[in-house]
Ligand binder design. Structure first.
Ligand code: GRG
Length: 315
């Protein structure tokens, strides 16, 4: 059996992120192979190619990193932690493929490459997103992810709640509504509603990545509460940083279009608080995430570093 990741110092973050990204890439490569998995009939070549385009060869792999590092606090075997992390990443990749579609954000560039509907076509991109989404749950449900059926069901539930109607998909719906897609908006969204929208659209999946690592490790109620606080604060930090990068960064650096939020009338905390206010709030939330880990000792240093990274990231 493979060994769990060893505790890391904050300075190890870049190396740990890179090491994890490599391991997740290798696992995704296997999960997205042309060969049907047990119980499947066949895998259409065009669909597999589009799924691979959407999921392989890019991205920071931050969500699986959070799952693996949280699971590491509880000495979960690395192979199990990586499978759970890969499931969260598959779900994230589906959301990016669908978010880029003409009916959503209509983007041509993602992770420095043409978006899936540009490289293939819209119908294929919709199906590739659907198939990445369902594969995520298939991976969690398999025994290789955890020997206990009850734990596997808890993982499936956590991912479904975070990504569905009351989580990411619901947040995307609120985001489109805030843009005035369905009826003309007369006023800007109140700050509290922007925060809730962002907690759903972006924060819920990042928090679930942490929760899944904790549940995989059999965390007790107190640890789940503390890690829940960490995950939510980290998710909010990450989204404000994204709003700030949309204003301050460029497409070359980000691998996707920037300076889109204001033109589209997006509800962002930069809009609500101003750039300086949003930076202060980003740093406050990052500190809140770090504080939530006070009971975990040096083993959680890399998660603390991840919260600082979420605030300071450049892409
Ligand atoms: C379409 C169902 C559906 C949901 C869309 C993911 C999402 C919800 C929207 C993406 C829009 C966006 C740019 C949100 C900001 C935060 C975010 C999710 C950024 C992308 O995540 P990163 O930076 O990307 O982790 P990589 O490429 O590194 O994985």
């Amino acid at each position: 059996m493979s060994s769990p990741p060893s505790p890391a110092r904050p300075g190890d973050l870049d190396a740990r992120l890179a090491q994890n990204a490599e391991a997740i890439e290798a696992l995704l490569e296997t999960l997205l192979s042309a060969e049907p998995a047990a119980g499947e009939l066949t895998r259409p070549a065009r669909l597999v190619a589009a799924m691979r385009h959407g999921a392989l060869g890019g991205g920071k792999r931050l969500r699986p990193f959070l799952t693996v590092e949280t699971a590491g606090l509880f000495s979960v075997p690395a192979a199990q932690a990586r499978r759970a992390g890969a499931a969260v990443e598959l779900l994230h990749c589906y959301s990016l493929v669908h978010d880029d579609l003409p009916a959503m954000d209509d983007d041509d560039l993602r992770r420095g490459r043409p978006t899936v509907h540009k490289a293939f076509d819209e119908a294929t991109a919709i199906l590739a997103g659907d198939a990445l989404l369902t594969l995520a749950f298939a991976v969690l449900a398999e025994q290789a992810t955890h020997e206990s059926g009850a734990v596997r069901a808890a993982l499936v539930g956590a991912l479904a709640r975070a990504s569905g109607c009351g989580g990411m998909v619901g947040g995307q719906m609120l985001d489109l509504a805030a843009e005035g897609r369905f009826e003309a908006r007369r006023e800007a969204l109140p700050e509290a509603e922007i925060r809730r929208l962002q907690a759903m659209k972006t924060g819920a999946l990042l928090a679930a990545a942490v929760e899944i690592g904790a549940r995989l490790g059999g965390a007790d109620a107190a640890a789940l509460v503390a890690l829940g606080r960490y995950g939510r604060a980290l998710g909010a930090t990450f989204q404000i940083a994204d709003d700030i990068l949309d204003v301050e960064s460029d497409a070359g650096q980000m691998g996707k279009a920037t300076a889109k939020d204001e033109g589209k009338g997006k509800a962002t905390l930069v809009g609500a608080l101003g750039l300086a206010g949003a930076k202060r709030e980003r740093d406050r939330l990052s500190a809140e995430a770090v504080a939530a880990l006070s009971g975990f000792g040096p083993a959680a240093d890399v998660l603390r570093a991840a919260a600082r990274f979420a605030a300071q990231r450049k892409s």
